[in-house]
Ligand binder design. Sequence first.
Ligand code: MN
Length: 336
Amino acid sequence: MKKLIIALTGIVYSFTSFSQAPYELPKLNYGYDAFVNNIDKETMQIHYEKHHAGYVSNLNKALEGKKFANLPLEVIVLNATHFDNAIRNNAGGHYNHTMFWTILTPEKNQKPSEKLLSAINNDFGNFENMLEKLNDAASKRFGSGWAWLIVTPDKKLAITSTPNQDNPIMDVEGPRGLPILGIDVWEHAYYLKYQNKRADYLKSIVDIINWNQVSKNYENALANPFLKEIEKDSWKELNNFHEIMAITFHSAEKGNFEPIRTRHMELAEKATALKQGTIPASFNNEVVKNAVEKLEQETQKMCKIASGKKVTDKQLMEQLEIVHKAFHDLSGSCEH
Ligand code: MN
């Protein structure tokens, strides 16, 4: 759970779209029959009352008694791949469906805002190309999952897809970022009307996309500091180092020095990989560079000390604390 604590230092988030546990089904802004030409009434009702409601109640059950239950849903989702599947699937399920209902509208012929459209033109050539890519991502997703239009940490738009109830906030394959539009391609979203013809469902759903809402989501995503957290979470070398450091340091705190005595080489290798790797764009500044440098030096020193024949637990602890502090200095320096 260390990762969560790190993810939460330094930034005061302003989450507006999602509440905290215990979660409730969000109200719909339309009736189940709002889209009868595109999505039938029964599908809407089952999708909302059974599927989404199921994710909500199973999420609440899975979070019961957990220390991190009060964290914002986005933070739980960001760390979802470190939790058991009940939390991962149901937190994702609740997040994804909450967005899904809002990006549909019975109002026909909505268009993206000028600002969003200009970003779409920049990143995809034109609106039709973007739709084509989205459709492609949705139709090629094997089995159940989602297709997404997201804002990446470098503030660009990207299209991606994820399996099951995962989403691009999580540590998943492909580009990561904040979703501004998500299309549910689970069979439960279309089977009654379209049976196995996912392509027909996709063709039809494009007509009921709430571009006013997607445009708002775009503005909010651009201004959301949480994008930086996703970027930081995508820094593999930092995570790899952290994993070994957490094991060695926290064991030592409890008086068990076996992990640092046996894994100091591995820790040093991770520090070297961190130093040689690429620092994510938002954090690529002198302060962070120096913090990486310092962490690497102190970890090499740790390695040297731990290799010594007569090294005492006290000596190990002293240097481990220095390494641990250097790590948190680095982690903290990414928040500025
Ligand atoms: Mn669904």
